[in-house]
Design a protein around this ligand. Structure first.
Ligand code: ATP
Length: 514
């Protein structure tokens, strides 16, 4: 699937727009249009129902975005939430220095012209590239690189752990060059134009100030994750909601990170929504709960239509783990731009509660009435991105096929996620069909998000709904006026059946429940 086609469909049909587009947009910020807002809301609602209201061991929370800055000192974000950053002296662009990627082939292949190529880790231009690039036109990017390969020490075709994602529309080739090989390829070190500055640490938190006085004492941050609000409220929830271990606290909300290189559409944005759970348990049960959430969260994506062979569950190597984490796994999805993280599941021990206890001076222990012991519970954190999830479901749903000799673009969303659940059409705009269709539409609208359309040929109306991902189309025709039935057309199988029109809301409800 071609990412550019998806981005253009999203724009054309009102799923996702660049933020403040009439002013030229703002890099890393996106707006959800009328269809997109429904899609994302349906995903968040499904997550909330499956993880919070549908369970008896979870409660919800909605914290403020700006909190006492001590929260971020305790969590380690003030000191340590940094990415290494380099500037390219030639293009004046900025890159995350830990992103060792070579790009340019894909754009070159598309005929988009000269891209200069960085070898990010050493911050050097890659002059040997040009000659290989010329001979590569017409081949696939990987074939192209194969031709140039003798100069590289090692070529990795998949993203190495811990590296970032390649820029939108490019195919990334990851190279590990041993120092002596690097010297052979890029030549001896020299201060040529196009080199990158030395990496420097860049804190990703957005700073603001609270109140009328702008000084050191008014500094505050937009939260870079929703999790800390949960830890900060742990005691409040314990004291007010009669929860007993094991239990979880869940939150959906906006987070902000001043990403150095936002890219890949909404995948890496500067403002995004997270869906996070902190699941508290006894230390001795924590491995079991970690295994449970690791599987449960993976299965959730599969249940909602992500093909399991495009999903990966990648366990972190011991040297990738944060020092307090006993185990972490990422759920990754094979996006058109590469395999990238959708959600992380981390066993965080009692690190966060311990830190907040230390920094706040408050007792955050749990009293176990059975054993009469006080202790800090351990926590398992499944942390998902609502926008990344939405993007993965969009990528997965996108399909092009042929109907009656005509090509169509269709979004095959899980019906639970589809922005519009059913569309109602009169076959023609006469003979009382619009009136009957309108009555059906109005009765359905009380329960489901439905859409009425009487404009244009019926085939075109179907196509428009296919592109919006609407799973069912109901058509009122001549026979409907005689026997009260309507046709219901299935988006994916294209099968049309006649059904009575007296309980369509119930029928659609049953179909959505699967
Ligand atoms: P990455 O390595 O991709 O920057 P991360 O490991 O820093 O992600 P976490 O801190 O674990 O991400 O955040 C949990 C989830 O929040 C991620 O799995 C992702 O779905 C979402 N998320 C994090 N950063 C962004 C972002 N800049 N844009 C959109 N979603 C994000």
């Amino acid at each position: 699937m071609d990412m550019e086609k998806l981005v253009s469909l999203c724009k054309r049909r009102g799923f996702i727009f660049p933020s403040s587009e009439i002013y030229g947009g703002l890099n890393g910020f996106w707006d959800y249009g009328p269809l997109g807002v429904e899609l994302k809301r349906n995903i968040k609602d499904a997550w909330w129902r499956d993880n919070v209201t549908g369970r008896d061991d979870m409660v919800g929370l909605d914290c403020s975005i700006i909190m006492n800055p001590r929260v971020w000192e305790a969590s380690g974000h003030v000191g340590g939430f940094v990415d290494p950053m380099v500037d390219c002296r030639q293009s004046k662009e900025r890159y995350r220095a830990d992103q060792l990627y070579v790009f340019g082939i894909a754009r070159e292949m598309a005929g988009a012209g000269d891209e200069h190529v960085h070898e990010g880790a050493t911050g050097r231009e890659f002059p040997a590239w040009v000659e290989h690039r010329v001979s590569a036109v017409g081949a696939s990017p990987l074939d192209a690189w194969e031709a140039a390969r003798p100069k590289a020490a090692k070529l990795l075709k998949t993203k190495p752990a811990g590296l970032g994602d390649p820029p939108a529309g490019t195919t990334a080739l990851y190279l590990h060059l041993a120092p002596e090989e690097r010297a052979k390829v890029v030549g001896p070190a020299a201060d040529e134009p196009g080199t990158l500055t030395e990496p420097r640490q860049f804190n990703l938190m957005f700073k603001t100030s609270v109140g009328a006085l702008e000084d050191a004492s008014s500094v505050a941050y937009l939260r870079p994750e929703t999790a800390q609000g949960i830890f900060a409220n742990f005691k409040n929830v314990l004291d007010t909601s009669r929860v007993k271990l094991p239990f979880g606290i869940a939150q959906i909300g906006k987070s902000f990170r001043n990403e150095i290189t936002p890219r890949n559409f909404t995948f890496r944005s500067r403002e995004f929504e997270q869906m996070e759970i902190e699941f508290f348990c006894r230390p001795e049960d924590s491995q079991e709960w970690y295994a449970y959430w690791r599987k449960e969260r993976f299965d959730w994506y599969v249940r909602h239509g992500l093909r399991s062979d495009r999903l990966r569950l990648r366990d972190h190597d011991p040297d990738e783990l944060a020092f307090y984490s006993q185990a972490t796994a990422d759920i990754e999805y094979e996006f058109p731009f590469g395999v990238s993280e959708l959600e992380g599941i981390a066993h965080r021990g009692h690190y966060d509660l311990g830190q907040h206890q230390k920094f706040s001076g408050r007792d955050l222990t749990y009293f176990d009435e059975e054993t009469k012991q006080r202790f800090l519970p351990h926590v398992i954190e499944p942390s998902a991105g609502a926008d990344r999830g939405t993007l993965a479901f969009l990528c997965e749903a996108y399909a092009e096929d042929e109907v009656g000799g005509e090509s169509r673009t269709v979004l095959k969303f899980h019906p639970r996620f589809a922005p519009i659940k059913a569309a109602v059409f009169p076959l023609v705009k006469k003979d009382g069909m619009p009136e009957k269709a309108d009555a059906i539409y109005r009765s359905l609208k009380r329960r489901h998000n439905v859409y009425y359309d009487e404009k244009g040929a019926i085939g075109r109306r179907y196509r428009r709904q296919d592109e919006a991902g609407t799973p069912y189309c109901l058509t009122v025709d001549g026979q409907s006026l005689v026997d009260g039935t309507v046709t219901i057309r299935d988006r994916d199988s294209l099968v049309q059946k006649r059904v009575p029109s007296d309980n369509l809301a119930g029928l659609i409800g049953d179909l959505l429940d699967g």
